[in-house]
Design a protein. Sequence first.
Length: 472
Amino acid sequence: MSLKSLDTASESYDAIVIGSGLGGLTTANRLANAGHSILLVEHHHQLGGLATWFKRKGHIFDVSLHGFPYGMVKTCRKYWNRAIMDSIVQLKNIVFDNPQFSLQTTFERQDFTDILQNKFGIKNEVIQNFFSTIGSMNFYDDQSMTTRELFEKFFPGRSDVHRLLMEPITYANGSTMEDPAITYGIVFSNFMNKGVFTFKGGTDQLIGMMEEELVKNGVKICTRAKVNRIVIEKGQVRGVMAEGNGEERFIQAPCVISNSGILNTINNLAGKDAFPKEFQEATNKVRVNNSSCQVYIGIKDGEIIDDVGDLLFTSKAEHFSSEELLDMHTKSKTFSVYYPKTRPGHNRYTIVASMNARYDDWAHLTDDNYQQEKDNLIKRTMSDLEKYLPGVTDKCDWLEAATPKTFHRYTFHTKGTSFGTKFEGLDVSRSISKVVKGLFHVGSVGIIMSGWLGAINYGVIVANDADAYLRS
Ligand SMILES: Cc1cc2nc3c(=O)[nH]c(=O)nc-3n(C[C@H](O)[C@H](O)[C@H](O)COP(=O)(O)OP(=O)(O)OC[C@H]3O[C@@H](n4cnc5c(N)ncnc54)[C@H](O)[C@@H]3O)c2cc1C
């Protein structure tokens, strides 16, 4: 068993990583690979952060394994290992169904081009121009153009095209039409490269393989261990105060990498006073992204359901709007359908419905109202799912809902954010090591550094920074 309790940790390490999300895991692994002694501290009993799973009545539910871009293949091969890369497989059947259009796609550039041309009547020249414009966008570009302006430029007045292009991205990272067009361009181009992918074997297998790699590289992993404070003296990191089994202890390290949310890291773990005034002001301006609701549906052992697609973007709303997607009673949801092929050897079907959600809508309900709203969410979800899988309600033996409060409870993320922060969070995250020596942040920020691929890639970038610092 490689997950240990905090009392087994040594007194000092070269670096301490707080949190085992995909960003934290990757940073810990890269730094250990570079020869540093690393302690990874996670408050939950399992690793993965939002890349998580849970078991109920023989079912295994994946929380955030709905789809990631092709870029994961190269990233996993380069920064993890070949076995992890080999488990990445494409989701071939993505379905859109809403009052404006119904279609199936592989989410590949050629398929999208055909759909835009033949179903939506857009000229090929405009489509190619759009793809090459967003394909050439990069982080250092002008950030003043919004996604709405970008869409209006290429597809004026075409709310159906805007919906096709935007709805999956809003689900994927919470971005809206008012966010900078470059965040849309970078994320959409990633997905459009070669389609949408998943991890065969499920999240539990991926995180298990990552854990093995960490152990092989000598990372000390402590779970059920919470960091209460990052100790900083005279602008320099000294270590952390961490708690496990009800006991708090100091562990020394010249370098701390926090995978906790950026606002938690600054305001609660390090404490505002550790930062200069201008930095605090920049931090106060950081907006967090939305949170999520999910309904987990377990199909009885022995029951079969038809293949209706892997990922279904469904909506009964007449038009797309990010506000509608966020509404507590939204008419829009995605269904991820996990067939037995998802987890070879585990002969079960599960379905996870995901909705974007606002923390504040859920956080202040009375206990009775909270329970009532969760029950209603499950009822609405099942009624919507019946359209695609008639009779499914009678086939399931597990129904459970998660809300923004659930995501907050398990990760401590500010307002249960599912996708970190808006664009401005990236700059604050990148600057933290310039104002406190030895302190780094890794994790979902700025839209482009969120999601499975974004979090792992950011983990590599931050590991390089921390490695350079430790060697200097
Ligand atoms: C419902 C949902 C669906 C999603 N679907 C997808 C998808 O289909 N595709 C995709 O690419 N992305 C998806 N995402 C987003 C993706 O899961 C995240 O962007 C990514 O996993 C975040 O990684 P991270 O490194 O930021 O860390 P996180 O996963 O946020 O983990 C942070 C970790 O730090 C720990 N921690 C925090 N504070 C402390 C402390 N003080 N002491 C100890 N430990 C601490 C937490 O417990 C947690 O384990 C989804 C997210 C949600 C919520």
